[in-house]
Design a binder for this molecule. Structure first.
Ligand code: NAD
Ligand code: MG
Length: 384
């Protein structure tokens, strides 16, 4: 049976991994929408290869290039924020939400409103919107499948169990490329060093988030919404090998963990095939060759991000959206060489103490808070 699929953020790392799996199942999928920010040439190439119904660039300035690259193909070309939402709203059995940042929120919500299945990689959207998104999921009867490897692991470990029996959920963190660096060294960390992750091959923004540990902090907030067992039951452990992707401990003392290679095609495949299973080309785990798995407590003195994210989750309301916006602006500034690595967390903390808008009730509120928080964060950058 052919299933229809849309991929928001098709030209990114998660997009490429998803399309790699789809390519291996000819005839199984029909592609509705593929989207990108501005990379018209890559997007057009993918749209042609997968015979997409529509290709959309979020950046309208790239639309002429997209139109030209798709000339004669019969594939619709569109551009701009409204076109992105319109494409995400087109009926598809499965939508993979893989845009990076809060920029993916409106199209992800449009996909959720279809009431079908959304495989969510775009954690910033859920972190920012929180209850606004989970309420939409419930209202529309949507199935939300977590792509993020930790949440996908937890989702698998919870299957068939009553969440009421959960004692603890532990997210594993690789610790990123700087996990063994001293405080002095961290102040001098460069963008090139930060995007070189030891275990995973990912987009630049999430790679920096892994280096600061904001990725794990955002994932804590993500887990808080996906698995509402209470913040006090969510823990983080550093596990440098990235083999155990997360764990669920039950009241009887049993801990269930999901293990796998550090290749996002494994959790993506779990979403594509759910509730079935499918083959992937990933190397199977070889535990004897690995020899050892190690675990240690996170160091919040060197990496304050997880503490800040926990505070934002506890505060609720607009706090996570403010934290996320501040982090997005700070990461972009760090990648552009404007601020030192350690300033990212400082900026986020400053924003959280100085700016506390009231809680969002609807999508437009979240988008407004995000925009305003970004403007405030940029002002902070200029003052420095
Ligand atoms: P990426 O930078 O490789 O790709 C991002 C995609 O989003 C691209 O297609 C890009 O064109 C598009 N995009 C960027 N800015 C946009 C904008 N303003 N408007 C519309 N589209 C835009 O990122 P990635 O590593 O694939 O990550 C995507 C999401 O998945 C992130 O939220 C990330 O946290 C999450 N995630 C990624 C991984 C991973 O291994 N890469 C793992 C877990 C979760
Ligand atoms: Mg993750």
């Amino acid at each position: 049976m052919t299933r229809t699929i849309s991929i928001l953020g098709a030209t990114g790392s998660i997009g490429a991994s998803t399309l790699d799996l789809i390519r291996r199942e000819p005839g199984k999928w029909r592609v509705v929408a593929l989207t990108a920010n501005g990379n018209a040439a890559d997007l057009a190439r993918l749209a042609r290869e997968f015979s997409a119904e529509v290709a959309v660039v979020a950046d309208e300035a790239s639309l002429p290039a997209l139109r030209e690259a798709l000339g004669g193909s019969g594939i619709e070309a569109a551009g701009g924020a409204a076109a992105l939402v319109e494409a995400a709203a087109r009926p598809a059995d499965l939508t993979v939400a893989a845009i990076v940042g809060c920029a993916g929120l409106a199209p992800t919500m449009a996909a959720i409103e279809q009431g079908r299945t959304v495989a969510l990689a775009n954690k910033e959207a859920l972190v920012s919107a929180g209850d606004v998104m989970t309420a939409a999921v419930a209202r529309h009867g949507t199935t939300l499948l977590p792509v993020d490897s930790e949440h996908n692991a937890i989702f698998q470990c919870l299957a068939g169990n009553d969440p009421a029996h959960v004692r603890k959920i532990t997210l594993t963190a690789s610790g990123g490329p700087f996990r063994d660096w001293g405080a002095e060294q961290l102040t001098a960390a460069t963008p090139a060093q930060a995007v070189k992750h030891p275990n995973w091959d990912m987009g630049a923004k999430i790679s920096v988030d892994s280096a600061t540990m904001f990725n794990k902090g955002l994932e804590l907030i993500e887990a808080h919404h996906l698995f509402p067992v209470g913040l006090d039951k969510l823990a983080i452990v550093v596990h440098p090998q990235s083999v155990v992707h997360s764990m669920v401990e039950y009241r009887d003392g049993s801990t269930l963990a999901q293990l796998g290679p550090s290749d996002m095609r494994v959790p993506i495949a779990s979403c594509l095939a759910w509730p079935q299973r499918m083959d992937t080309p990933c190397e199977p785990l070889n535990l004897a060759a690995l020899g050892e798995l190690s675990f240690r407590a996170p160091d919040e003195a060197r990496f304050p991000a997880t503490r800040l994210c926990r505070q934002a989750a506890e505060a609720g309301g607009a706090a996570p959206a403010v934290l996320n916006a501040a982090n997005e602006v700070a990461v972009a500034a760090f990648l552009a060489g404007q601020i030192p690595f350690t300033r990212i967390a400082v900026m986020v903390e400053t924003m959280m103490t100085r700016y506390s808008p009231s809680a969002p009730a609807v999508l437009a509120d979240v988008i407004g808070i995000d925009a305003e928080a970004r403007a405030h964060a940029r002002e902070l950058l200029e003052l420095a």
